[in-house]
Design a protein around this ligand. Structure first.
Ligand code: ZN
Length: 373
């Protein structure tokens, strides 16, 4: 029995991400990247946020994810291109805030200590940057990990769920970017990163591995590459790590698969525009598009199921005319499509909504019967 490992990377995209992608794609491993919005777009900091840079006590220009770090236009364009390549390769993009506010000292100047308005701007700013820069993919992250995720408070959790993020992730740390560890830089050796990966390979339980593809992650690529090179790939796509005659089975999964909700909306879940479900076999993606239509795409990008026709049949109106904002399965089992400021435009009592492996959206009724939409 394999254990599942979700490889996650924070603080990108950066020039380090490109080489990392080559390695992951070479192994056929899908990972999750929690990106920082300002790596994709310029931020006019003082025009946007109430808490000024001075208030955030930004004192360490040498730190890569420092709020004061600004990418050049060329670097931003390259990072946006990397984001598109990440999505094209089937990796998942998560939200890691817009400017990565982080705590310099024990006083706490991180995300949780900003005024609420700024917290929301941090969350939404990154969502918008990814949405915009993913271009025609109109991708909106469903997962959020806060900078210094250990210390997040209820206020962020609450606003997260209102914004459609599924969960704040816990993680098994590589410590290659821990400010306490004084190693937001090359001082974390490739050997250290490799050994952390090996610990995860040998872990008894499923785990999330966190390392950082920030611009100064000098040893990340080598560390990850060296670790993955120790694995044997099996014919079913899983991997085996062997040490002292003991074999450890490993399946690499994205964070959505890790939490087991990748192909379905459970009660209490919802999709916002740009969000999507992936079928278990990873062959199909159901996308709630920016134009309000819902389309299932096959791996070659062809629409395998189009809500244009199907939603019209169910609701009697074209989805794009409806201007739907949210598709929700409420905690009391109502699947509904919602327009802003309206109670609902269509609803149905079901226990789950999922994307089947044949690319068809399926609802399971309360009595257990299954029906293609
Ligand atoms: Zn970070």
């Amino acid at each position: 029995m394999s254990k599942r490992i979700a490889l996650t990377f924070d603080d990108g995209p950066s020039d380090k991400t490109i080489k990392l992608l080559e390695i992951l794609d070479g192994f056929g491993i899908k990972a999750t990247f929690f990106v920082v919005g300002k790596n994709l777009e310029k931020v006019d900091f003082n025009a946007v946020y109430s808490n000024t840079l001075a208030e955030r006590k930004i004192q360490s220009p040498e730190k890569v994810v420092d709020n004061a770090k600004n990418f050049s236009d060329e670097e931003l364009a390259a990072n946006c291109n990397t984001l598109k390549n990440q999505l094209k390769s089937g990796h998942m993009i998560g939200n890691h805030s817009m400017t990565h506010p982080w705590r310099k000292d024990s006083q706490g100047n991180g995300l949780e200590n900003l005024v609420l308005d700024d917290i929301l701007k941090e969350l939404i700013g990154c969502q918008n940057a990814v949405y915009k820069q993913s271009a025609e993919r109109e991708y909106t992250p469903r997962f959020f990990r806060a900078p210094e995720y250990h210390s997040v408070k209820t206020i962020i959790t609450k606003n997260n769920s209102q914004l459609g993020f599924v969960k704040i992730c816990e993680a098994y740390e590589c410590n290659d970017s821990d400010y306490d560890d004084k190693s937001y830089d090359s001082s974390t050796s490739a050997e250290h990163i490799k050994n952390k990966y090996i610990e995860a390979f040998k872990s008894e339980n499923d785990c999330i591995v966190l390392s950082h593809d920030s611009p100064v992650a000098t040893n990340l690529v080598k560390g990850v590459g060296d670790a993955l090179n120790l694995l044997t790939k099996n014919s079913d796509g899983s991997f085996t790590y062997q040490e002292n005659g003991v074999r450890y089975g490993i399946e690499f999964v994205r964070i959505d698969e890790y939490y087991g909700k990748h192909n379905r909306l459970a009660q209490g879940d919802f999709l916002l525009k740009g969000q999507r479900l992936s079928s278990s076999n990873r062959q199909f993606e159901l996308v709630f598009q920016g134009d309000s239509n819902v389309v299932v795409y096959s791996p070659n990008g062809v629409a395998a199921w189009n809500g244009d026709a199907e939603i019209y049949k169910a609701i009697g109106q074209h989805p794009c005319q409806l201007k739907i904002d949210k598709i929700e399965l409420t905690s009391d089992g109502i699947l509904q499509v919602i327009q802003r400021n309206q109670p609902y435009v269509w609803k149905k009592e079901v226990s789950s909504f999922q994307l089947a492996d044949n690319g068809k959206p399926v609802v399971t009724h309360i009595n257990g019967t299954v029906e293609y939409v």
